[in-house]
Ligand binder design. Sequence first.
Ligand code: FMN
Length: 353
Amino acid sequence: MSERTTERKQDHVEICLHGDVVFNGKTTGFEQFVFAHDALPELSFSDIDLSTTFLGKAIGAPLMISSMTGGYSEAATLNQRLAEAAERFGIPLGVGSMRQALENSSYRESFAVVRKYAPTIQIFANIGAPEVAKGLKKSDINTMLELLQADGLIVHLNAAQELFQPEGNTDFRHVLDQLAILTANIPVPVIVKEVGCGISASVARRLIEAGVKAIDVAGAGGISWQKVEEIRYTRQFGQERRFSLPALDELLNWGIPTAQCLLDIRALKKESPAFNAIEIIASGGIQCGTDIAKSLALGAQLAASARSLLKALHDSTLEETITSWLNDLRAVMFLTGAATIAELRHKTLITKP
Ligand SMILES: Cc1cc2nc3c(=O)[nH]c(=O)nc-3n(C[C@H](O)[C@H](O)[C@H](O)COP(=O)(O)O)c2cc1C
């Protein structure tokens, strides 16, 4: 079982780097918005401050490196380099699913390495909804949190991915009940994320009522995990089809665009102080600092990225990429007259005609 998990995590990195895995005919929706220009910004570019907070802690910029990997030997190197970059910029970092670390102690170091190279930032453990649905043991929770000295646990909802995965677990009963038990018994905040199909307002409502403290929408428009798993399925079983051809295209590109998730959840937040207290992470197809800026103006506390940063890491340009995204963000702040991230959140986005 755990060898299969190891291979799967390796396949994911390789396919995400080299496969055709982006949504076809569906975008994040960020391109539909532009900021209103401020010809009188009344601030000095050099005074722009990107620092903000996430779950009550100060962070260097409103960006997070999304959960990706761990659980095999090369993952230690990837995680080390992601951790070094996150530490340098003072931004949060999620690790990949820790199921492997629970099944087999051999590769726990590939997770532990993160805290070694990122002693001061927020680091988040990660586990899938199917594991949560079975009921996480207290010892499992402690193992994950202790390995990373984690600041929180991220639970990923990935029904479409599991559906397409050759060895996927499609039993999603009891996830919500078990989440409520988890949030009541864990000493750190629980964050729930999708992996590319997005979180609607009605799902967000149920998650908040179950005690979740932050939601990462991980919407459509970046990577399609259905496509990643379809590539793995085809490698394993040839062209054998599980779905009809006309439906396949729709299923491979299934999901709510990232900007749409943010708009829907922003409306939900107006309903009550409890809903308003939830912190939203914008992810799914983030490609630059203007996407980050638009995310914040659409109600997110910060934006997060996985595949674009993995590609940058692979090209040895991770730190340059993050630097350029933060420069994009500063440029938008200058041109909208926002000296701080708090001010940027209130700037006007116009829908393109
Ligand atoms: C190689 C790779 C592995 C991933 N593994 C996980 C994982 O183990 N757990 C998880 O919650 N998300 C995982 N993700 C999903 C990302 O965290 C993210 O939600 C998704 O890729 C959408 O963001 P993006 O468009 O910026 O890539 C992975 C992403 C990549 C690229």
